[in-house]
Design a protein around this ligand. Structure first.
Ligand code: DON
Length: 304
């Protein structure tokens, strides 16, 4: 398969297409990004890297970091995690509070905001220096010491994070948050503020395509069983109330973030990230979904 050729075709199809969608504006710092940025980066489990456009530029990975948080939390507490968070798709937006009260403070899944806040609570309880250790973990997955937090994004989100605060407070009232509310929010905003390029993100996701093993060092980070559970969760919940459409169009597990990135995993083959900051009404990259759909259509490769 000539991945570079297909990436070029996909890139050229969309680079000048009418740029629908809107950049996330509820986190003011994210509005500073050039809305017309567009990059596609693919890395294979055998270490080959392909890309087009702005695939080496870094962007705010936002909710994509929830997958890293899930991985680290499962590595530390194992299947006990599922007592505090479910595994069903929510069918609601990423920041919806609606189900949380009915379901007594147990989030539907770890990839909606409520679920990720529980992951943060667990990591704060288990790690001595949560922010340093989380960053070191992501750097290790990506074999890349340049990955970092963006403290301006942290401050910006903290200032306007009323809904996330509502989530933590509600879950605390049900006993599903153990730590101080401000500490949980601070850690959550840090993990969302991580910046990576399409290329770096695809590389850091390779363990999910490679049975839980880092292809470049051979180190097993998580078991095959945990890898299966993470990929299944990403497939069903990674794009929130658009996860069905994404599966239908793309046919790969994928995770989005309001920074405009979407990363998709092809087990046994590669990871691919598309970045385009203009979002559709569900908060997912408009061009990202279309580009990934064309990519799997042209390569005729999906998990189905
Ligand atoms: O908590 C928030 O609202 C953001 N830090 C993350 C949301 C997000 O990326 C949703 N994904 N599409």
């Amino acid at each position: 398969m000539n991945y570079q050729l297909v990436i070029n075709e996909v890139y050229n199809t969309f680079r000048n297409s009418t740029n629908k969608g809107k950049i996330a504006n509820y986190i003011p710092e994210l509005k500073k990004v050039d809305a017309n940025k567009f990059g596609i980066g693919l890395v294979t489990i055998s270490g080959d890297s392909f890309g087009a456009g702005d695939y080496k530029d870094t962007f705010s990975i936002q909710s994509i970091s929830k997958v890293f948080a899930l991985t680290l939390a499962l590595k530390i507490v194992g299947n006990k995690l599922w007592k505090r968070v479910g595994v069903e798709p929510s069918g609601d937006p990423f920041n919806s509070l609606v189900q949380l009260e009915f379901e007594k403070g147990i989030p539907r899944n770890p990839l909606i905001n409520a679920g990720a806040l529980v992951l943060c609570d667990i990591l704060i309880s288990k790690l001595k220096n949560p922010k340093d250790e989380f960053l070191a973990f992501v750097q290790k997955l990506g074999n890349n010491n340049n990955i970092n937090y963006n403290l301006n994004v942290v401050a910006s989100e903290k200032k306007y994070g009323f809904k996330n605060a509502a989530h933590v407070n509600l879950m605390k009232s049900f006993g599903n948050i153990k730590n101080n509310i401000d500490d949980v929010l601070d850690f959550y905003y840090h993990i969302c503020s991580i910046e990576m390029s399409c290329e770096a993100l695809s590389k850091a996701f390779l363990l999910y395509a490679n049975r839980g093993v880092l292809p470049y060092t051979g180190e097993e980070i998580i078991s095959l069983s945990i890898t299966k559970r993470i990929n299944a969760t990403v497939q069903l919940c990674g794009l929130y109330d658009e996860a069905g459409t994404f599966s239908f169009k793309v046919g790969l597990p994928g995770k989005s973030g309001v920074g405009g990135g979407i990363v998709a995993i092809h087990p046994g083959k590669y990871c691919i990230t598309v970045w385009s900051p203009r979002l559709n009404k569900k908060g997912n990259s408009y061009k990202g979904i279309n580009a990934l759909e064309l990519f799997t259509t042209k390569t005729e490769l999906s998990i189905f």
